[in-house]
Design a protein around this ligand. Structure first.
Ligand code: IPE
Ligand code: IPE
Ligand code: MG
Length: 235
């Protein structure tokens, strides 16, 4: 059975899930963490090597301060509670996003999660936190411009392969499958460069309801796809 090497997920719909239950949005985010745990564990069981999850976007700062604070706190709690289990399960944690502009406490948490899991090899859990695809590309362009200005890089050396080294994901394999829960049919600034040839799967299921059965549906759909990468089907 073909299992995608790299699956990425836009975990959307927590707020609506809570609203349907007349609960505060925060309740949905908390429930969303349970979904994430299920999917991380299942991904590593079936041999997915990389799982990238969109947890907080550069645009999510526009939300009411109370919700932003709740999301930050939830992230801190989650890593405090789950880190040992992630280590025991061979999960390596990496964060992609602008971490330097988070609070010192947040930065320490991410550094510790990366440091303490760095030798794990079963599954790479890439957490997109304070992540935005445009910001990532602009940041790469700035670094490249600096390198050119300082004579470390020549303009004609700037190729696809060199460019990716400047992205948060470095030379990590591109996502094969990107799943978006919550019913919206848009990218919302996720993996703009890396997703160029990803297969997309959209589902109305809200993230807190996304379970192994729903995940299997996405994987089954992926297996039906014919990836051509601009070429044509071989005879
Ligand atoms: C996704 O759920 C989680 C984050 C963006 C942090 P939402 O909070 O966007 O939930 P909806 O889309 O409003 O239902
Ligand atoms: C995308 O969801 C970001 C995350 C899931 C972290 P949003 O809910 O922020 O996206 P929009 O606003 O519906 O495009
Ligand atoms: Mg949303």
């Amino acid at each position: 059975m073909v299992v995608p090497n790299h699956v990425a997920i836009i975990m959307d719909g927590n707020g609506r899930w809570a609203r349907e239950r007349l609960m505060p949005r925060y309740y949905g985010h908390r429930e969303g963490v349970k979904s994430l745990k299920r999917i991380v564990s299942y991904s590593s069981d079936i041999g997915i090597k990389i799982l990238t999850v969109y947890a907080f976007s550069t645009e999510n700062w526009k939300r009411p301060i109370r919700e932003v604070q709740a999301l930050m706190q939830l992230m801190e709690q989650t890593f405090a509670l789950e880190l040992e289990e992630l280590i025991a399960n061979g999960v390596r944690v990496k964060v992609i996003g602008d971490i330097a502009s988070l609070s010192p406490k947040q930065q320490r948490i991410w550094q510790m999660a990366e440091e303490r899991t760095k030798h794990n090899q079963r599954l790479l859990l890439n957490v997109a936190f304070n992540y935005g695809g445009r910001m990532e590309i602009v940041r790469a362009v700035r670094s490249i411009a600096e390198a050119v200005q300082e004579g470390r890089l020549a303009v004609d050396q700037i190729t696809d392969d060199v460019f990716v080294q400047y992205l948060f994901t470095n030379d990590l394999a591109d996502p094969d499958l990107i799943i978006r829960t919550g019913g919206e049919l848009r990218l919302s600034n996720f993996l703009l460069w890396q997703g160029a040839y990803a297969e997309w799967y959209f589902t109305d299921t809200l993230w807190p309801d996304f379970d192994v059965e729903e995940f299997e549906k996405a994987l089954a759909s992926f297996r039906q796809r014919e990836r051509r990468f601009g070429s044509i089907k071989e005879k």
